[in-house]
Ligand binder design. Sequence first.
Ligand SMILES: Cc1cc2nc3c(=O)[nH]c(=O)nc-3n(C[C@H](O)[C@H](O)[C@H](O)COP(=O)(O)OP(=O)(O)OC[C@H]3O[C@@H](n4cnc5c(N)ncnc54)[C@H](O)[C@@H]3O)c2cc1C
Length: 387
Amino acid sequence: MSFDLNKEQIDIRKAAREFAEKEFREIRRELDAKEMFDDRLWKKAADLGFLGVFVDEKYGGAGMGYLEQCLIIEEFARVDLGITHAIESSFFGTQLIMLAGTEEQKQKYLPAVCSGKLRMGVAVTEPDAGSDVVSIQTEAVREGGEYVIRGNKIFITNCTLADFLIVVCVTEPDHPRKHERLSTIIVETNRPGYEANTFHGKLSLRPSNTGEVAFHDVRVPAGNLLGSPGRGFYNIMEFFNRTRVQVAALGVGTAQGALDKAVAHVRRRHQFGSPLASFQLVQGKIAEMATMTEAARSICYRAASKLDSGTADPGLSSMAKWYSAEIAVKVADEAIQLHGGYGILEEYDVAHYWRNAKVLEIFEGSKEIEKVIIGRKILGDSKSKKA
Ligand SMILES: Cc1cc2nc3c(=O)[nH]c(=O)nc-3n(C[C@H](O)[C@H](O)[C@H](O)COP(=O)(O)OP(=O)(O)OC[C@H]3O[C@@H](n4cnc5c(N)ncnc54)[C@H](O)[C@@H]3O)c2cc1C
């Protein structure tokens, strides 16, 4: 078992680092303050082949793996998580099309998304259905050759920017098993009855677009169904097994970025006649931050490698997501602490890392839900078993 990246992976990581340093570093604070994004960054990232590298070459991707995608995401997030999320969410859902799409759907959407011509998103969450995905109420009723969609979604990334969303809807309301009532359907956002509004004043990911969607009897062709009817819940869980590893990479990059800032500061700042870096308690903090970051990186890469070898492990994906998110918050918190009063000033950047890190513990499965998945994997479904 090798723990080393190969030459190609090292080159990808280097290219991603150079791109993020050159393109994000200068403008990150301005985009955050203005809660805006510059689409040219998305287009440039597409031109350089950073989007959907795990997508097969015949569908416009690089034919690489989730590990390579994680390396790119990590290097981007090391500089700025908000910009990274705005870019990587443009292909949030390609994993699902790869898993469940027809040949026609793959050819129609994947090359356009990987090349930065179309932007997409995935709409699962509803006002009354967050962690509890099976309680989704948005319905898609079959009428002849169409589905008519009505309902509401909330916290949807790219809701006012995406060209299309994959929407989780109830299509089989009478199925006795509630997990088999849901389906995934592609909805183009220019269809009549689609309405979306963006949220402002977010703690995290301010350059990224998040908001709410209302479907007022939106009609889509029945051919927009993604996968089989009633398989929506399972499609989404398979999808999350993949995207949670990408969220883990966001956490690793964020932790590393905050750690880099802390190391530079403790070397520079003098108190009691010596650099902060010379005090053993400070060295201990840096050691803990570096060790947590390295441990998160190892789980993330291992989970990504499992996806790439076709032996996806949902428990490992959840471990990677939970742990990386939590340590990103912890490392950013310690980075603020090591900056003292300067840490709370935006211009020192560490508060920025902390604000952004927090959302990683919430979306795509909160850390509590990840632990439920890990616990179930180890203990089984103990509710249905006698002690
Ligand atoms: C910036 C951002 C972008 C997002 N983008 C998208 C997107 O593109 N598409 C999309 O569909 N969704 C998106 N989401 C939504 C996100 O996935 C949900 O917020 C998340 O799944 C949690 O759901 P909720 O907010 O309804 O919280 P709830 O489910 O109400 O949970 C609230 C708290 O209760 C805890 N909890 C719930 N159930 C349990 C349990 N069984 N055991 C223990 N604790 C529990 C949770 O862990 C959490 O701490 C986004 C959210 C944010 C903040």
